[in-house]
Design a protein around this ligand. Sequence first.
Ligand code: MN
Length: 373
Amino acid sequence: MPVTHTLHSRRNTGNPGGELTEPPPPRLAHLPARDKLERLLRVAKGHKRALILTHDNPDPDSMAAAVALAQLLERRADVKAHVGYGGIIGRAENIAFVKVLRLPISHVSQIDFDEYDLFGLVDTQPRVGNHSLPAKLEAHIVVDHHPLRQESLEAPFADVGGDFGATSTMLTEYLRAARLEPSPEVATALFYGLKADTRDLGRETTQTDVDSYLWLFPRMDKSMLAQIEHPELPARYFQLYHTAFERAKVYGHAIITDLEEVYSPDMVAEVAERLMFLEGTKWSLAFGTYRNQLYFSLRVKDRRMNAGRLIREIFEDYGGSSGGHGSMAGARLPLSGKAAQRKALKRELVNRFKEAFGVADERPVSLLSAQDT
Ligand SMILES: [Mn+2]
């Protein structure tokens, strides 16, 4: 059973008041897939219409997991299910992902929340602040591979914080437990979601991710995958990279770049990821503005450092929302005030990061004039 290793990985530390006479029930994330499936279907059955939401500016892992969950609810719980997202789908790969696989997803502006009686969140959690479920509505179903936030356990069904490199892996486990054959499109979506989140199984990957990858491989469509992975790119993509390289500053083992206005918030993450490839780099930070919000994206190579915790600590003080885990994290902060104030805020935030990277006193070198080591 590929999930058994998670039984030993983490213990439930939630013990409100310390007055429990019997041990708390094991957390869902630690149960075998078949038990989780049974619980999921019990929560869903009897409802009429489900809305599954990804996180905002969704990545392939989020969209694949949402579509797979919707299909699972339709076929096994008899609930009509739709997938919605907030923000925009901006990266060329992600646009191709939705188009090539003809994924049935709609923008929240096209969704009437009153039409639904069951709500799900995937690849995010209720209080993270990066999804578009209105605050007055509660999520019934939460499936996410990011670290558990205790409040998420208040949802009737919360499968959160197991050892999975991708939420797509979790959904693959559910499909297998339900003996549900995914269509080639859904299999391709899950395969690419898993591949992208684990960077080809090379980052924060567990045995369950590998098992899911191998299970999906014969079921997915290779030519569709190729169209997604090698999309045509708009001119502004190259223009953005031009800006990124031109403005990137190297501080010893850290590289930081200010992208100014970006055409899509997920490009901030892509650039942070790309600059991490610079030899000798341990920290990569990129930031940019999109529709009056400031987006930060952080990548970390040092295993002793936790990107998610660091970015949370910094943005907590500014009222922004953030998320992430060991090696990658992101944050978003609404911008107000005049240009000078915004500039000061950015400088302040960058200084906080520089301190955390241990390069506060380092003299910056422009990437374009940096010497090879
Ligand atoms: Mn994910």
